[in-house]
Design a protein around this ligand. Structure first.
Ligand code: GLC
Length: 542
C-alpha cells in the first residue's frame, strides 16, 4: 500500500469553528443560515483564517442541537438549501477559504428513515444497522453503560422487548459500525458532499464508532460525588468497552482514502486524552487531523496546560488541531477566571490568559482552531437557567454546571438591535452583548482583542518556521513556562504568575509578537517575560 501524506493546504493553516445557527441570520427567523455565513466570510478572511468548520446543517428534530441528524444528504430549511450550501462553498473558495462540514457517524436521529424502519420491522436490514440487544437476565439494560447526557445508554423498544444503545440521548441511537451496510452508507454521504465541493469534515465522536464485541460492563473508576452532572457520571467509568476501540482506526483509513480522492481533509473529534492513543488517530493510515479536546476542558491550571501541550506536540508534531474553545465548553475567558464578578478586570485577565495559551498552540504544528467569538474575547453568555435548551441541563435534575448553552449565543456583530445577528430574538434566549464585545467596535480599535488575534495569525504566517522547522523543547525556568524553539523562531509561554528569565535559548532574539502588553526584554542574560504572557521572537541581533 502506498502511504499517503496529508494535504499540503493544511500547512500553516488556522481554522475557525462556526456554530451555524448562531452566526448570522438573513431571513429574520432568529436562526442563523448559510447565506448569513456566506455574507460574513469577508470578516473571517480578514481575521486571517484559512478553514471554516460549520456545525451540523442537516435536518434534525433538535434533541441535541443538530447532532441528531435525520437526513445526511439535505440541509434543514432554517439553514437554507443544498444549493445555498454549494453557493457558500463557492464563495469561500473565491476567498481562498476551505469549508469543512460536520459529519455525525456515531449515531443518527431516531427520526432518521433507517431507525424508523428498524423500529417498525425487527427483521429489516435497517434493524441490523443499529445496536439492538436482548435485556439482561433481570430484564434490565444489557450492561452498565451510561449515556453522556444522563441515565443508562440503553432504551427499551417495547414492541420487540429489546434494548437499543445510545451513548447520548435516546433520540440518538448508535449505529453498528461492524455492519458493512453502515460503512457503505457513509461512504456515499461523504461522496455526496465532496461532489458538491466541500473540502472535508469534522467527524463527531470519532472515538465512539465501534463497540467491543463482548458488550461487557465498563469498570467504575471513581465516585463522581453527590452534585455531579451527567458528564461527570459518564467520566467516572473507564470506557474500555464502548469508546476508543483499536479497530476504529481502520474505518478512519477507509474514509481518508475517499477524502484524498477529492484533496479533502478529515478531522476527528476525539475525547481521547492518552497522548499515544490519540496519536493513532492521525497519520498515513488514519486521518489528516484530530482535535485534542483536553485543553478546552481545563480551568486555569498553568502546569497542566503546559504539560498537556508540550507532551502531545512531541509525540504528534503535525496532526493535532489545538483548541481551548468549542460549542461544548464554557468560553475560556470565563473558564480561565472562575472567581469574582464579571468586570473589566476579570475579562482582561481571561482574554490575556486565553491569548497566552493560543500563542503557544500556534507553535505546535497541526491546525489550531478558534471558536467564533473567541477572537472578540467573549465571556459566557448570560442565559436564564429556566431557558436553557441543552439536554445536559433539561434532562437532568442537576447538570453540575455542565450546560453548554453559555457558549452558543449569537455572534455580536454590532450595536444594532440583536447585535446585528438577526432582526428578531434569536433561537437561544441570551442577553445582548455590550458594544465593546462587538465586531464593529473592535474593528475600529487596533488595541482590541480581535486585532491581537489577527496579529498572532499574521505572525505565524510570516514565520513558516513556526510550524515547519523541527520542534525543540528547551529548558524552562518552571513547569508553568514553555520554551519552544523551531528553527529561526522562539516561543516562550509564561503562564506563571511571576516574571521569568529564560536562559536556555541565548539572547539573539527580536520580539515579533506578544499575547498582551506585559513586559518582554532581551539582554545578555536571556529573555525576560512578564507573567501570563506568551511571546514569539525571531532570530536576529539585539
Ligand atoms: C460531540 C458534539 C456535541 C454533541 C455530541 C453528540 O461531542 O460536539 O455537541 O452533543 O457529540 O453528537
Amino acid at each position: 500500500m502506498v502511504e499517503r501524506t496529508r494535504k499540503s493546504w493544511l500547512n500553516g493553516a488556522v481554522g475557525y469553528e462556526i456554530y451555524a445557527r448562531s452566526f448570522a441570520d438573513t431571513t429574520g427567523d432568529g436562526f442563523g443560515d448559510l447565506n448569513g455565513i456566506a455574507e460574513k466570510l469577508d470578516y473571517v478572511k480578514w481575521l486571517g483564517i484559512d478553514i471554516v468548520w460549520l456545525t451540523p446543517i442537516y435536518p434534525s428534530p433538535d434533541h441535541d442541537h443538530g447532532y441528531d441528524v435525520a437526513d445526511y444528504k439535505a440541509v434543514r430549511a432554517e439553514h437554507g438549501t443544498v444549493a445555498d450550501a454549494e453557493a457558500l462553498v463557492e464563495r469561500a473558495h473565491s476567498l481562498d477559504l476551505k469549508v469543512l462540514f460536520d459529519i455525525v457517524p456515531n449515531h443518527t436521529s431516531s427520526d432518521h428513515a433507517w431507525f424508523q424502519k428498524a423500529i417498525a420491522d425487527p427483521t429489516s436490514p435497517e434493524r441490523a444497522m443499529y445496536l439492538f440487544r436482548d435485556p439482561a437476565p433481570d430484564g434490565g439494560p444489557p450492561n452498565n453503560w451510561v449515556s453522556h447526557f444522563g441515565g443508562p445508554a440503553w432504551t427499551l423498544d417495547e414492541a420487540s422487548g429489546q434494548y437499543y444503545c445510545h451513548l447520548f440521548v435516546a433520540e440518538q441511537p448508535d449505529l453498528d459500525w461492524r455492519n458493512p451496510d453502515v460503512l457503505d452508507a457513509f461512504d456515499d454521504i461523504y461522496r455526496f458532499w465532496f461532489e458538491r465541493g466541500v473540502d472535508g469534515f469534522r467527524i463527531d465522536v470519532a472515538h465512539g464508532l465501534l463497540k467491543h464485541p463482548s458488550f461487557a460492563d465498563n469498570p467504575k473508576v471513581s465516585d463522581p460525588g453527590p452534585n455531579a452532572g451527567p458528564l461527570a457520571h459518564f467520566f467516572s467509568y473507564d470506557h474500555k468497552f464502548d469508546m476508543d476501540q483499536d479497530d476504529n482506526v481502520e474505518i478512519f483509513g477507509r474514509w481518508q482514502a475517499i477524502a484524498d480522492e477529492y484533496d479533502a481533509t478529515l478531522l476527528a473529534e476525539s475525547g481521547v486524552t492518552d497522548h499515544h492513543r490519540l496519536a493513532r488517530y492521525v497519520g498515513p493510515n488514519a486521518l489528516d487531523l484530530s482535535f485534542y479536546l483536553k485543553p478546552g476542558w481545563l480551568e486555569w491550571d498553568p502546569a497542566t496546560l503546559i504539560r498537556e501541550h508540550l507532551d502531545l506536540a512531541e509525540i504528534e508534531p503535525d496532526g493535532i488541531s489545538w483548541v481551548i474553545s468549542n460549542h461544548d465548553q464554557p468560553r475560556p475567558v470565563s473558564r480561565f477566571t472562575r472567581s469574582g464578578p464579571f468586570d473589566d478586570t476579570r475579562s482582561a485577565t481571561g482574554i490575556a490568559r486565553s491569548l497566552a495559551v493560543t500563542t503557544l498552540q500556534m507553535a505546535l504544528g497541526g491546525v489550531p482552531f478558534l471558536y467564533y467569538g473567541e477572537e472578540l474575547g467573549l465571556v459566557d453568555a448570560a442565559i436564564d437557567p429556566d431557558k436553557r435548551q441543552d439536554p445536559v441541563a433539561t434532562r437532568n435534575d442537576s447538570d453540575g454546571g455542565e450546560a453548554r448553552d453559555v457558549a452558543r449565543s449569537p455572534m455580536p456583530w454590532d450595536s444594532s438591535p440583536f447585535n446585528g445577528f438577526s432582526t428578531t430574538d434569536s433561537w437561544i434566549a441570551s442577553e445582548e452583548r455590550p458594544l465593546h464585545e462587538t465586531v464593529e467596535a473592535q474593528r475600529a480599535d487596533e488595541s482590541s482583542p480581535v486585532y491581537r488575534y489577527r496579529k498572532l495569525i499574521e505572525a505565524r504566517k510570516a514565520m513558516p518556521d513556526m510550524y515547519e522547522a523541527d520542534f525543540e523543547r528547551l529548558d524552562s525556568p518552571s513547569d508553568e513556562v514553555a520554551v519552544v524553539r523551531r528553527g529561526s523562531v522562539l516561543v516562550i509561554a509564561n503562564l506563571s504568575a511571576e516574571e521569568v528569565t529564560v536562559t536556555s535559548a541565548g539572547s539573539d532574539w527580536v520580539l515579533a509578537f506578544a499575547s498582551s502588553d506585559g513586559p518582554c526584554a532581551v539582554d545578555a542574560s536571556g529573555v525576560t517575560v512578564g507573567p501570563e504572557l506568551s511571546v514569539i521572537l525571531s532570530a536576529g541581533s539585539r
